[in-house]
Write a protein that binds this ligand. Structure first.
Ligand code: G1P
Ligand code: ZN
Length: 543
């Protein structure tokens, strides 16, 4: 094997604390850009010698070329084995599973998640650690430091691997296994859920549309829903992964998956509508005439998980990100298990899952998952819903209403203000921070502030601390507003305002969401002086 050491200049790759690098595709295509980040990753993990890596992506433009680069660099860095999805395809949860199943040392997942793809859109690389989860902050800091210090990278001059053909080949001294991307993931799902019961549900005439948004879940959903579970052909729509996602924005929410939501609100709605994002880790669930908020979905899945074989013995605990509504906390309380509140980002669930403190976790941003992998998992959430529907034999809407009747309803909405000038966004956050100690007792828009703080997290497993994770304003009467800046935006700053109002147990669960949130919303706008600082209070995106 002829290892070439090529000189390169350092490029600050990745903000520490973000699990991966996300940039415009053309930036990744610049000479040495991807190579820098990949070499920095090998350097950050203590080298590649003797290691096994999983490699795959969501099929977006540049996916296959990036895989060839990574394979040659892995071989040059001494890796013994690479496991690659056929055609370069691996969903994020499937990659997480392959890392764990093969006791690999980590994996490179090529995706910019729900961001659009194409030569003029976004690309990304994230490194997952040996537990199958996003690299923890300690590791991303090392990788970042390495991107600043790098002077050279290693590669070999070898032919490209034929990614279309399942089987084993060599790149230099490294063995490359090209594997079916769906196979082992499907087996995992079959081991967790009652496929017979779900098959019977479909055989009884249950109807569904799954929108794969021309992204990675197409092959998975087609094989599992239409293949193994017998759902009608045509159940999966937009099921062929495309390099530009059909020019769509593969984010499963009522904005970007509007055609599906419109269908679900129409007279010809099927029983269940679901969608997943670019790399298959997010999910959206819609019943006939009933959109289920991700926060409610997490709570309902947790409350009913025991109906699926994998969770028959109950849950160890439930974790949610701080901005996610408190609905799942109420379930944990009733079940007598622990509820954890973590900062935004899946990596914070990793330790809790690794030591068995939690079984199910979720985020308001359409991410739900469990201890079966170390990533959120879109199709898993859909299959757990199907398993619950097959056992309860009720509609999605009835299950949601039953839940609110038992626990009360957490009205919830997120407002996104995109492309805000970074200094203005920082000014808004600093303005909130400056008021924190004086806010209690203040009355705005008919609501009194009960308490306010900036969220910090002490990881109960490794003792690490994360500060500045969002400003929380709690109101008397069960309202809450949270402000934080997005860590994933690629242009300017994105302010996220999360609004929540609890109905109370036995409270009014039939209000319109935005009506129920009006006071919390108005108070949040006034307290932050949003209008004065950024010149608008109307968000770009409401979910
Ligand atoms: C967003 C979501 C967050 C999620 C992340 C990655 O991050 O809000 O819940 O973990 O994408 O999918 P943000 O842009 O808010 O930092
Ligand atoms: Zn994603």
């Amino acid at each position: 094997m002829n290892i070439e050491t090529r000189r390169t200049k350092a490029i600050a790759g990745q903000k520490p604390g973000t699990s991966g690098l996300r940039k415009k595709t053309r930036v990744f295509m610049e000479p040495n850009y991807l190579e820098n980040f990949v070499q920095a990753t090998f350097d950050g993990i203590g080298g590649g010698a003797g290691k096994i890596f999983v490699v795959g992506g969501d099929g977006r433009f540049f996916n296959k070329a990036a895989i060839q680069t990574i394979l040659k660099m892995a071989a040059a860095n001494g890796a013994t084995t690479a496991i690659v999805g056929q055609d370069g395809i691996l969903s994020t949860p499937a990659a997480s599973h392959l890392i764990r199943q093969n006791a690999a040392d980590g994996g490179f997942i090529l995706s910019a998640s729900h961001n659009p793809g194409g030569i003029d859109e976004d690309f990304g690389v994230k490194f997952n650690a040996e537990n199958g989860g996003p690299a923890p902050e300690k590791l991303t800091a090392k990788i970042y430091d390495a991107t600043l210090a790098i002077t050279e990278y290693k590669t070999i001059d070898a032919a490209d691997v034929d990614l279309n053909v399942i089987g084993s080949t060599q790149v230099g001294d490294m063995v490359v296994h090209v594997v079916d991307p769906v196979d082992s993931y499907q087996k995992l799902m079959e081991s967790m859920f009652d496929f017979n019961a779900i098959r019977a549900l479909f055989a009884d005439g249950f109807t569904m549309k799954f929108d794969a948004m021309h992204a990675v879940t197409g092959p998975y959903a087609t094989a599992i829903l239409e293949g193994a579970l017998g759902a009608k052909p045509g159940t999966v729509i937009n099921g062929i992964p495309l390099e530009d996602f059909g020019k769509g924005h593969p984010d499963p929410n009522p904005i970007w998956a509007k055609p599906l939501v419109d269908l679900m609100m129409s007279d010809v709605a099927p029983d269940l509508g679901a969608a997943s994002d670019g790399d298959g880790d997010r999910n959206m669930i819609v019943g006939r005439g009933a959109y289920v908020t991700p926060s409610d979905s997490l709570a309902i899945l947790a409350a009913n998980a025991h109906l699926a074989p994998a969770y028959r013995d109950g849950l160890a605990g439930i974790a949610r990100s701080m901005p996610t509504s408190a609905a799942s906390d109420r379930v944990a309380k009733k079940l007598g298990i622990d509820a954890f509140e973590t900062p935004t980002g899946w990596k914070f669930f990793g330790n809790l899952l690794d030591v068995g403190k939690v079984t199910i976790c979720g985020e308001e941003s359409a991410g739900t998952g469990s201890s079966h992998v170390r990533e959120k998992d879109g199709l898993w959430a859909v299959l757990l819903w199907l398993n619950i529907l097959a056992v309860r034999k009720q509609s999605v809407a009835d299950i949601v209403t039953d839940h609110w009747q038992a626990y009360g309803r957490d009205y919830y909405s997120r407002f996104d203000y995109e492309d805000v000038a970074t200094d203005k966004a920082n000014q808004l956050m600093d303005g909130l921070r400056a008021q924190l100690t004086d806010l209690a007792g203040r009355n705005e828009a008919g609501l009194t502030v009960k308490a306010a703080d900036e969220f910090s997290y002490l990881d109960p497993v490794d003792g690490s601390q994360s500060h500045n994770q969002g400003v929380r304003i709690m109101f008397d009467g069960g309202g809450r507003a949270v402000f934080r800046l997005s860590g994933t935006g690629t242009q300017g700053a994105t302010i996220r305002l999360y609004l929540e109002q609890f109905s109370g147990v036995n409270g009014d669960i039939s209000q319109d969401t935005q009506d129920a949130l009006k006071n919390v919303r108005d108070a949040a706008h006034i307290i932050s002086d949003m209008e004065g600082l950024i010149g608008r209070i109307t968000p770009d995106v409401v979910t």
